[in-house]
Design a binder for this molecule. Structure first.
Ligand code: SF4
Length: 231
């Protein structure tokens, strides 16, 4: 890889999607947003692409990147700003999804570990079929076989330490009615979340599988940074 190559390269951040199954197996895929194709692609496809210059591995808390050649005369990609930005500029790219057979105690531990508010439930192909939030887990605890037994348990964070139930993601998830694609304008996605009362929305790739997650927290953070930078 020569220095001229790097000067003409776009660095595209890699996202990681993990899908956890009830038997403990994890399927991991790396994804990157491809500007020429205007969609997310699996990084495994990049090696065969004529634009691919190389890969920068992850490290120091940073995701890896794909280095893509920019051909002469091609414009640099526009800088995304404000509420007209596409969802892909704002969404979380490193995500964990669960299959319907994962137990609720495992999901509560996952949410704690990731500091997340919810997790998508997906089918065999990674297509979203539902969402699970702390609210769903709490409802299961209140309505299910093991009622809260002490102060703090109803707050969510103590949920994993309660008596185990046999409930799984498929039992407690909120079935999915909506998802958005990466190119959806942020204002439209935010309006949908507000109207339907969603805290999180899965973002799907061209093949219909989950490629990211958009939360109200992401939207608020984006609006705040746009205001500060005057974009
Ligand atoms: S290497 Fe090719 S397929 Fe991969 S992101 Fe870059 S342009 Fe797209």
């Amino acid at each position: 890889m020569g220095s001229n190559d790097l000067a003409d390269a776009n660095e595209c951040g890699i996202g990681v999607r993990e899908i956890l199954s009830g038997d403990g197996t994890v399927r991991r895929r790396l994804m990157v947003h491809c500007d020429p194709r205007s969609e997310a692609v699996y990084v495994s496809n990049c090696a065969a692409c004529e634009r691919c210059i190389g890969f920068r591995p992850p490290g120091h808390g940073q995701s890896g990147t794909v280095l893509c050649r920019r051909f002469e005369g091609e414009p640099t990609p526009p800088v995304d700003a404000g509420m007209q930005a596409p969802v892909r500029a704002v969404m979380e790219r490193n995500i964990v999804c669960v299959r319907p057979d994962v137990r609720v105690e495992t999901i509560a531990a996952l949410l704690l570990e990731w500091g997340a508010d919810g997790v998508p439930v997906v089918d065999e192909e990674g297509h979203p079929i539902g969402m699970i939030s702390w609210t769903d887990l709490l409802r299961e605890r209140l309505d299910g076989t093991s009622a809260p037994s002490g102060p703090g348990e109803a707050g969510g964070a103590d949920l994993p330490s309660g008596a185990p139930t046999h409930a799984t993601a498929g039992d407690v998830m909120t079935p999915l009615v909506f998802s958005v694609v990466e190119s959806t304008e942020l204002s439209r996605a935010a309006a949908l979340m507000s109207a339907e009362g969603f805290e999180q929305l899965p973002v799907v790739m061209g093949d219909g599988s989950v490629g990211g997650l958009l939360s109200t927290r992401d939207v608020a953070r984006w609006v705040g940074s746009s205001e500060r930078s005057g974009k």
